[in-house]
Design a protein around this ligand. Structure first.
Ligand code: AMP
Length: 410
């Protein structure tokens, strides 16, 4: 197949990684008639459960990688920490890789990513490279405290990070990270955390879902609302930063730019994710085209879909912690008939593990936020049937009151 040709359904999209992002991509792509093959070391994975084919092999088994790519029409990724060799094998086999291997190469290493952003003239958190003890000392002199020391490679959800409140803590922080290559960042006293999830097509078309506002807890995304409460000038600025990133990296696919809004009103890029992002999950219900359908469209060379937000939306993550007292009370949360439940099919609800999410739409972001948080807190209720029925009735009344307040026949 010619790399530039459009892939129509039932072309096969090959996904490296098999988590929830691949699962939601698979669901959206299959709705359009595409086929999905997934590759990862795991069996019965979130993606594998809904894919046409699940290949279980290590990422460094390049023979297995080659066999996998021979069976697919395009290769994409659902997480960026796959060795660049995977993209090279696909390229050798003449199978297009979207976004390209260079995008993975840049974004899978924090130092490379920050250097690329700074080189492109984009605003980033102050940072310095740490490879030796001498580097660490000069980085501390340059950045000052408070700061955050992060491993340069393979970090996500706050893993491999240590906060440094005084220079004398720097060495023990680096030791705790195993003295790996690291990046020292100034700690940003941010007013808000924001993200722009955006897509770029093979023809260079750009689409975005506006600015999303995010709240993290223990370094893990907890809650997202859209549209972000932001003055229009800053919202435009954030979107233009995202456009600049996708263009500078020549992305074909979906990419999320995570940013801080600092207390001086400046936007600083914290991190890039070259794929759909947790903060964009609300686009499944809130937009004409979700971030997952958009990824399928972009990597297959179709026109990008419309990204208008239909209503204000809020998304709350469901972490494994919710299972600490047994199965969450799904009925109590779903008593509000406007709540949408997504579970990722993961068997072990470990602490801090993303197991699913809830989404609510409403007339205002405040209402959507209150609604999704109320539903999430209802999950922790005991399965006491008398109590449950009383509470279910109370929740329905509350939900009806919300619906009467302007839901369009939901
Ligand atoms: P990251 O893994 O870099 O996305 O970091 C996860 C979360 O840690 C971010 O969303 C922030 O809440 C927090 N964080 C990371 N880096 C910084 C920083 N330089 N200043 C302040 N907070 C940070």
């Amino acid at each position: 197949m010619k790399p530039s040709s459009v892939l129509f359904p039932p072309a096969v999209i090959g996904v490296f990684g098999s988590g929830q992002l691949g699962r939601m991509l698979a669901l959206a792509a299959r709705a359009m008639g595409y086929r999905i093959h997934t590759y990862s070391p795991d069996r019965d994975s979130p993606t594998g459960q809904v894919a046409d084919r699940e290949v279980c092999a290590p990422y460094d088994d390049l023979d297995a990688v080659r066999n996998f790519v021979r069976e697919v029409d395009v290769v994409t990724f659902e997480f960026e920490n796959v060795a660049a060799a995977v993209a090279e094998v696909a390229a050798e086999e003449g199978v297009p890789v979207r976004p390209g291997g260079h995008v993975l190469h840049t974004t899978q290493q924090r130092l490379r990513e920050k250097q690329f952003l700074r080189g492109a003239g984009l605003p980033v958190t102050p940072f310095a490279a740490v490879r030796t003890e001498e580097d660490l000392r000069s980085a501390m002199d340059q950045i000052g405290a408070p700061a955050v020391l992060k491993t340069a490679a393979f970090g996500y959800d706050g893993k491999g990070q240590r906060r440094i409140d005084a220079p004398e803590q720097a060495l023990s922080a680096w030791n705790a990270l195993g003295r790996q290559e690291a990046i020292l960042e100034g700690f940003v006293d941010f007013e808000r955390e924001l993200s722009v999830v955006a897509a770029r097509g093979m023809d260079g078309a750009f689409a975005h879902w506006g600015v999303i506002e995010n709240v993290h807890r223990n370094h893990i995304l907890d809650l997202s609302v859209a549209p972000a409460r932001l003055e229009p000038r800053l919202a435009c600025e954030a979107i233009e930063l995202a456009r600049a990133v996708l263009e500078a990296l020549d992305v074909v696919g979906v990419l999320c730019v995570e940013m801080f809004l600092d207390r001086r009103g400046r936007l600083l890029i914290n991190e890039l994710a070259p794929r759909p992002h947790n903060s964009g999950h609300l686009t499944i219900e809130a937009s004409i085209t979700s971030q997952f359908e958009q990824q399928a469209r972009a990597v297959c060379g179709l026109p990008l879909g419309a990204t208008d937000l239909l209503r204000p939306a809020a998304m709350a993550n469901l972490l494994g912690d919710l299972w600490s007292h047994g199965e969450p009370n799904w009925a109590a949360a779903l008593a509000d008939r406007g709540i949408k439940l997504h579970l990722y099919g993961k068997k072990e609800p470990r602490k801090g593990r993303k197991m699913g999410h809830l989404t609510a739409l409403a007339d205002t972001i405040e209402e959507a936020r209150a609604r999704v948080l109320k539903a999430r807190s209802a999950l922790a209720r005991q399965h006491d049937s008398a109590l449950e029925s009383r509470e279910t009735a109370a929740l329905s009344e509350w939900a009806d009151a919300v619906n009467e307040g302007g839901s369009h026949g939901s």
